[in-house]
Design a protein around this ligand. Structure first.
Ligand code: SAM
Length: 257
């Protein structure tokens, strides 16, 4: 939607945003497989190519959850170029507003085994209630060791903030279209939100990740006068249900948790 035939500030900021966050999620995934996690669930996977692009251990299963038309479009194009995944790849057509976890379990997800949940480019399209519902389902289906990677802005980016992403009149319509898609996301900062569901959390932000990739950070991510929020990238962990039960059972009497 943004101009590509010249220096469009909006387009550059999106491009750098994606370039900044991609290595963060790659690391979360590679660190998880290093820890022995062999199940990865890509929620709203879209055209995510990590099952092909990252050299994952062959006994890893990547579950890709998205709507049926998107997954079909993706498969047609993968088939056309003869792409083969480095690991086991299971596509799970499901509507994230409905009972998607049953579809995942039917597709072979073992909820008692370690899982990495990836929600990339998703929470900014959900409201608070939908975000809470999503994390409740994720948490309920994490009985083994859990890992999660996700992102959302530190505060709700309203239409004025999207408009501030560009000074070019030609990009205003694209900025307004993006603004019409975003929702509030979770009500609290990631550390509080994930903690409420029993997950630990550590966060970085997109500007730091862009800089760490030795790319030029667009001014919009550091020029706070424009009101653009910090876009946070967060990773979380949750011990397995059996470990949580042992620690409760073993807690010395008379001591507060
Ligand atoms: C912004 S894209 C993110 C894609 C990918 N995770 C990435 O970061 O490149 C959002 C994805 O959510 C999917 N999606 C939107 N609504 C959905 C729903 N109700 N159920 C399942 N997937 C949905 C879309 O098809 C799209 O692929």
């Amino acid at each position: 939607m943004a101009r590509t035939d010249g220096p469009s500030e909006l387009w550059v900021s999106f491009r750098e945003y994606f370039a900044g966050r991609t290595p963060f999620y790659d690391r979360q995934l590679l660190d998880a497989v290093d820890r022995g996690v062999r199940q990865v669930v890509l929620l709203a996977a879209g055209l995510d190519a990590r099952a092909f692009r990252l050299a994952l251990p062959h006994d890893t299963t990547v579950f890709e959850v998205d709507s049926d038309p998107v997954l079909r479009f993706k498969q047609e194009n993968l088939d056309r170029i003869g792409a083969t995944p480095s690991c086991r790849r299971v596509i799970v057509p499901a509507d994230l507003r409905e009972d998607w976890s049953s579809a995942l379990i039917d597709a072979g997800l073992r909820t008692d085994q370690p899982i990495l949940w990836v929600a990339e480019g998703l929470l900014m399209y959900l409201d608070r209630i939908e975000s809470d519902r999503l994390l409740s389902v994720i948490t309920a289906q994490t009985r083994g060791e859990g890992s999660i990677a996700t992102e959302y802005p530190a505060r709700f980016p309203d239409a004025a903030i999207f408009a501030a992403l560009t000074t070019l009149e030609t990009d205003r319509a694209a900025a307004a279209a993006m603004a019409s898609l975003v929702r509030s996301g979770p009500a609290e900062p990631p550390a509080e939100w994930l903690c409420r569901y029993g997950w630990s959390c550590s966060s970085t932000d997109v500007a730091s990740e862009i800089a760490a990739s030795r790319r030029k950070v667009p001014a919009v991510f550091t020029d706070w006068t424009r009101g653009v929020p910090v876009w946070l990238l967060s990773g979380g962990r949750r011990p397995s249900t059996s470990l949580r039960q042992v620690s409760v059972a073993e807690r010395p009497r008379g001591r507060r948790a």
